[in-house]
Design a protein around this ligand. Structure first.
Ligand code: NDP
Length: 322
């Protein structure tokens, strides 16, 4: 029986994961299909329940369902419990186990960003969604002493800070209002900036103006499409000491998920190549989107099977972080 792995999100289009995962299954001779399943909030419980069936190896969960998915599985791993967000579901018999592979993936990505420098102790995080939760949890467990979260809707940033209240008791974790002058002032006291908003995704926008970026900053943008976001360009112009987009983190979280579903080491190099393939395909999607603004793949309830890497692009929209 061909096994199934779902990408559950809304929308699920422009999924780079479909390229990575299907190619990895195929290369290792695993008879499995990675399917993009656009799922509304109302349909989420049923979609996750369905995973108990024998044909499923598990799922990825992406925007906007990561937090709700954490309440719908039988068991959470430590990272999923700590973040209150699930991006990967694996099976233990018919039981569903929720993981958050964004957390170790972000840790690995931060290591690459920092390079040989000493791990800094202060960071500014833009955003307070599921991705930001993984980032903040990783920063807390890495020993950061001061993390400031800015979010467009302050209440969500405050909810994130409350969520980590206990684990962050030994350090300073705070949410601040999204004012450019406040962001500028915080950035002048920090070494690391992480963009965990979706601003810049498939657009030329940056969450903050280039003028507020001080030189020597280490900047990571979780967005990976386009590979050089406006934020990274502005940071380079301001004299940033290191820059990284979300591609490495995407690759790592996908490799961890693959290993959870299959019990086999992920073919990481092949998966990295598939990100390039997905990027080329996405140039075509962008053109299609410009000409076709409605309907088609990515509608609520639609299902797109990524049966082969070429097919993966047909079911895509925006914002896949899985
Ligand atoms: P969520 O939908 O949970 O959160 C989106 C965040 O973006 C919120 O903080 C939201 O603020 C903010 N935001 C959206 N639009 C704007 C705007 N116009 N101005 C300011 N802030 C805005 O998404 P995720 O946290 O799951 O993902 C966020 C980004 O991170 C996505 O681009 C995703 O692709 C990326 N990501 C990448 C990963 C990787 O492996 N590279 C892993 C995880 C995420 P508000 O709450 O005020 O609406």
């Amino acid at each position: 029986m061909t096994k199934r792995v779902l990408l559950i999100g809304h929308p699920v289009a422009h999924s780079y994961s479909a390229f990575m995962q299907q190619a990895a299954f195929d290369a290792l001779g695993i008879d499995a299909r990675y399917e993009l399943v656009d799922t509304t909030v109302a349909a989420l419980p049923e979609r996750i329940e369905e995973l108990r069936g024998d044909e499923f190896l598990g799922a990825n969960v992406t925007i906007p369902h990561k937090e709700r998915a954490a309440t719908l599985v039988d068991r959470l791993t430590e990272d999923a419990h700590a973040t209150g967000a699930v991006n990967t579901i694996s099976k233990d018999g018919h039981k569903l186990v929720g993981h958050n592979t964004d957390v170790p993936a972000f840790r690995d990505a931060l290591d690459v960003l920092i390079g040989k420098q000493k791990m800094p102790r202060a960071a500014v995080v833009l955003g307070a969604g599921g991705g930001a939760r993984a980032v903040v949890h990783a920063l807390i467990t890495l020993g950061f002493q001061r993390v400031t979260v800015f979010n467009r809707h302050l209440h969500r940033g405050e909810a994130l800070v409350r969520h980590f209240g206990r684990s962050a008791a030994h350090m300073e974790l705070k949410a601040m209002p999204w004012h450019e002058s406040v962001i500028e002032s915080e950035l002048s006291k920090t070494k690391v900036l992480i963009n965990a908003t979706s601003v810049g995704l498939a657009s030329g926008e940056s969450p903050i103006p280039g003028e507020v970026i001080p030189p020597e900053l280490l900047v990571m943008d979780l967005v990976y499409n386009p590979p050089e976001t406006r934020l990274l360009r502005d940071a380079a112009a301001a004299g940033a000491s290191a820059l990284q987009n979300g591609e490495f983190m995407l690759l790592r979280q996908g490799a961890f998920a693959f290993e959870l579903w299959t019990g086999q080491p992920a073919p990481v190099e092949l998966m990295r190549e598939q990100i390039e393939v997905a990027r080329s395909a996405s140039a075509g999607w962008d053109k299609e989107d410009a000409h076709d603004s409605g309907g088609g793949a990515g509608e609520a309830g639609g299902t797109g099977a990524a049966g082969g890497t070429a097919a993966a692009g047909q079911a895509a929209a925006a914002g896949d972080s899985a």
